[in-house]
Design a protein around this ligand. Structure first.
Ligand code: NI
Ligand code: MN
Length: 228
């Protein structure tokens, strides 16, 4: 399978038969390497309801017919608008045609503005574990580091973890290094940084902090891909 980093928290995973898009924030994102009009996918996974994660979900799902996978509240929100959805609860997983998706906890919040700008409750924020072709990929969503990451890594030995490093809204470099020690992934792709001034970060600092461990930091530029 191939994972392409599309900037911010967005990644596209392509298997032999399916394409899975996570947190498609492309419109209004200066780092996005592709227009939302050009993305093809069969499934869209959303970690939480914030605008920099829901992003272009409606437009892409309308054009492609993709099924939206998220927590119960976000799935219901899109289902009421006529989209194909699949809702999950934390700790729960479901086996889709491409592989298994399971939601984990994340320490953050989850809301989406309505037409008046009032924040609508969008359930609890999540991380996601994908198991595809026998390999586990963890997308942490927006979160701080938390001790249960040790449990995530123990139950799902990780090939790859996508971890936020931008600080301010999520963990920064130091917490991401601690997350790496708990999760023990073979590789980390840093996400959620450099999109805005508030979340400037240098992934090389994380790589330096993890020297001598079994975890390799792979800092993908927007549009770059990794074969797994
Ligand atoms: Ni967020
Ligand atoms: Mn975010």
């Amino acid at each position: 399978m191939k994972l392409t980093y599309l900037s911010h928290s967005c990644a596209l995973i392509q298997t032999e038969s399916h394409a899975i898009l996570i947190d498609p924030f492309l419109t209004g994102n200066d780092l996005a390497p592709i227009s939302s009009d050009d993305v093809l996918c069969d499934f869209i996974i959303l970690t939480h309801g914030h605008e920099d994660h829901v992003g272009d979900t409606a437009a892409i799902a309308r054009r492609t017919g993709a099924t939206i996978i998220s927590n119960f509240e976000i799935a219901s929100y899109f289902e009421r608008q006529g989209f194909a959805t699949h809702g999950l609860g934390h700790g729960g997983g479901w086996t889709f045609p491409f592989g298994r998706v399971k939601l984990t906890i994340a320490h953050h919040s989850s809301s989406y503005p309505d037409a008046e700008g009032n924040l609508r409750y969008m359930g609890n924020p999540a991380g996601v574990i994908l198991t595809i072709d026998g390999r586990n990929i963890y997308h942490a969503g927006d979160t701080s580091v938390f001790l249960d990451m040790e449990l995530i890594g123990r139950m799902h030995p990780l090939e790859l973890a996508l971890l936020p490093i931008g600080d301010n809204f999520t963990m920064g470099i130091e917490e991401a290094a601690e997350a790496a020690r708990l999760l023990k992934p073979r590789m980390i792709v840093p996400v959620h940084y450099n999109t805005f001034d508030l979340i400037k970060a240098d992934p090389k600092e994380l790589a330096t902090m993890l020297e001598g461990t079994d975890t390799r930091v792979v800092a993908l530029k927007p549009g770059e891909a990794l074969e797994l």
